[in-house]
Design a protein around this ligand. Structure first.
Ligand SMILES: *Cc1c(COP(=O)(O)O)cnc(C)c1O
Length: 328
């Protein structure tokens, strides 16, 4: 097997790590439901299985990776605490996982992050440290906090235990519905896609795994096609969970090895999918959580005659913008 090691110190996670993560998450993460819709199946001409991580604890799959990463730290390191920088679902996932594991959590968030997100993260018991994203260097600040307080940084995607944790959602899906022809997964930094691909390779070897990105931020597709990590300016899209500028080193190595393709869909398709989820399936799904389903519904990926798994990644959207998007 070719070995694409990103750095000598960190090795790529394997399916065994996903299996270990499942054991850690047992009884802690929700085993989220797998739903289907006759109407959607008729529309795309295939059989779709929706793995509903919008119903996961803290509202997104991110809880899986966050909990797995913190639970994997040795006890002394864990007691000193963890640090994360995020204004979105990773922050809430780390805050909740840390509370469950009785670990102090410090979350670095931009001063101008939405108030609801600052509050939600504090409500989970984390200490929120704000910074001015226009004048302060986030990396330097987090490095200083980490060394002053002895905290361990848990990154949102490029970490073996985070990737392994994210892979548990797809593992549950395959266990429940059996082998699939296609698995569609959204892509930000690629943690969910890389982990899902590890599970597919082991549990449904013939399954093609396809990543889905917002059209305005298709760095993953560009990287996949070029064979090297491409960095783009911060994209503008309603898929706020996928506004990363580049894939991670670990995630890219796994994606190159295990993923069949990466496609992109426009924001208009995400809104249309949000509406289908709301009207037909009674599911509240955030725009980013609609990426994978949009690839099937818009025809960007041909699902005719196929058994298709769709990871619905999250449901955290404030009701005012949800209503605005659906009305627009
Ligand atoms: C973080 C996130 C993503 C992107 O996940 P990556 O592992 O960074 O690719 C997609 N959807 C939701 C809801 C998220 O919170």
């Amino acid at each position: 097997m070719t070995s694409i090691q990103p750095s000598p110190a960190v090795s790529l996670p394997e399916f065994a790590d996903v299996a270990a993560a499942r054991a850690r998450l047992e009884g802690v993460a929700h085993r989220t439901p797998v739903l289907s819709s006759r109407l959607v199946n008729e529309r795309v001409g295939g059989t779709l299985f929706f793995k509903c991580e919008n119903l996961q604890r803290a509202g997104a799959f991110k809880f899986r990776g966050a909990y797995n990463a913190i639970a994997s730290l040795d006890p002394a390191t864990r007691r000193r605490g963890v640090l994360a920088f995020s204004s979105g679902n990773h922050a809430q996932a780390i805050a909740l996982a840390a509370r469950i594991l009785e670990t102090p959590a410090t979350i670095l968030m931009p001063l101008d992050a939405p108030a609801v997100k600052l509050t939600a993260t504090r409500d989970y018991g984390a200490e929120v440290v704000t910074f001015d994203r226009y004048s302060e260097d986030r990396e330097a600040l987090s490095a200083r906090l980490a060394s002053e307080r002895g905290l361990t940084l848990i990154p949102p995607f490029d970490h073996p235990d985070v990737i392994a944790g994210q892979g548990t959602a797809a593992a549950e899906l395959f266990e429940e519905v059996g082998a699939l022809d296609l698995l569609l997964v959204c892509v930000g930094g690629g943690g969910l896609l890389a982990g899902s691909a590890l599970s597919a390779a082991e549990l449904s070897p013939g399954c093609r795994v396809i990543g889905v990105e917002p059209e305005a931020g298709d760095d993953g597709r560009q990287s996949f096609q070029k064979g090297e990590i491409v960095t783009i300016p911060v994209p503008r899209s309603i898929a706020d969970g996928a506004l990363t500028t580049h894939l991670g080193k670990l995630t890219f190595a796994l994606i190159q090895r295990l993923v069949s393709d990466i496609v992109a869909v426009p924001d208009s398709a995400l809104v249309e999918t949000m509406r289908v989820f709301a009207e037909r399936m009674k599911l509240v799904v955030e725009p980013t959580g609609c990426l994978a389903a949009s690839a099937a519904l818009s025809g960007a990926v041909d699902c005719r005659g196929k058994r298709v798994g769709i990871i619905v990644s999250g449901g955290n959207v404030d009701v005012a913008s949800y209503a605005r998007l659906l009305a627009g």
